[in-house]
Design a protein around this ligand. Structure first.
Ligand code: URA
Length: 255
């Protein structure tokens, strides 16, 4: 559907509509290789728009979907009373944007930010758990029994048994530890750290590299990017497949 160019540019985070109008008047915006004119309408699906020669990803509605590489020692909230840096500080585009789920302060890797409340609710609802993959550096080489427990399910401190996980042993770095890939289909607070601690594996580093089909790829700490239309479509599809895991309830507390 065609919409006014300055409105689409503003939605893509290039400033107010007035600022975007100025960009057009200054001849800095092109549509399909031709300098744009004020008032021009474009179709985000069909037209290729550049500003100062750089291609701009236009969206059809006002929803924003961003993949960010959260570095360690950054909070995955939008504000902090103690003024520590948050993921929101790393994405300087206007408007309300919220992280989907969380990564610990000392964890790093892929986190999604969006203003799409419906998708956020679905992706974080326990009923619709999807795969999340973590690269975990643990302080020692796990033995077969530790791996079997991690894979089968670990009973956490509150009595909850975790769903079966895919665990693959990667590189053993002498003097540093062993790299594991752990794929979970649920996301309880500090789950990977607690699972590893319960089987006696100290976590030295934890990086999320995948959420469903969305991967961190070659992004570096602090880098962010808009998701492609396909990536958004795939995430929305994930959020419609209910989980089959029936978690064991924590034991009742005695009065
Ligand atoms: N599991 C954890 O323990 N921490 C994270 O940050 C993410 C998953």
């Amino acid at each position: 559907m065609e919409e006014r160019l300055q409105k689409l540019l503003s939605r893509a985070g290039l400033g107010s509509r007035r600022t975007c109008d100025d960009l057009i008047v200054q001849g800095r915006v092109s549509v399909n290789g031709k300098i744009a004119v004020p008032g021009q309408k474009v179709d985000p699906q069909r037209d290729r728009v550049t500003v100062n020669g750089r291609e701009i990803r236009l969206t059809e509605d006002d929803k924003i979907y961003i993949a960010l590489y959260k570095p360690r020692r950054v909070l995955s909230t939008t504000q902090d009373e103690a003024a520590r840096p948050t993921v929101r500080d790393l994405v300087p585009i206007p408007g309300h944007l919220y992280p989907v789920g969380r990564l610990d302060y000392d964890s790093e890797g892929l986190i999604l930010l969006t203003n799409d409340g419906e998708l956020t609710n679905k992706l974080t609802h326990p009923r619709y758990q999807h795969e999340k993959e973590y690269l975990v550096l643990v302080g020692r080489m796990p033995d077969e029994e530790q791996l079997a427990i991690l894979r089968r399910g670990v009973v956490l401190e509150d009595g909850y048994r975790t769903a079966p996980a895919k665990v693959t042993v990667g590189e053993n770095i002498p003097g540093k530890g062993t790299q594991l890939s752990i794929v979970l289909t649920e996301g309880r607070n500090h789950q990977v750290r607690e699972m590893c601690a319960r089987v006696g594996l100290p976590v030295l580093r934890l990086k999320r590299v995948r959420i469903g089909s969305l991967t961190l790829g070659r992004m570096k700490p602090k880098e962010w990017r808009h998701l492609t239309t396909n990536e958004v479509r795939e995430l929305k599809a994930l959020a419609t497949q209910p989980s089959t895991h029936k978690p064991r309830r924590p034991p009742r507390q005695r009065r």
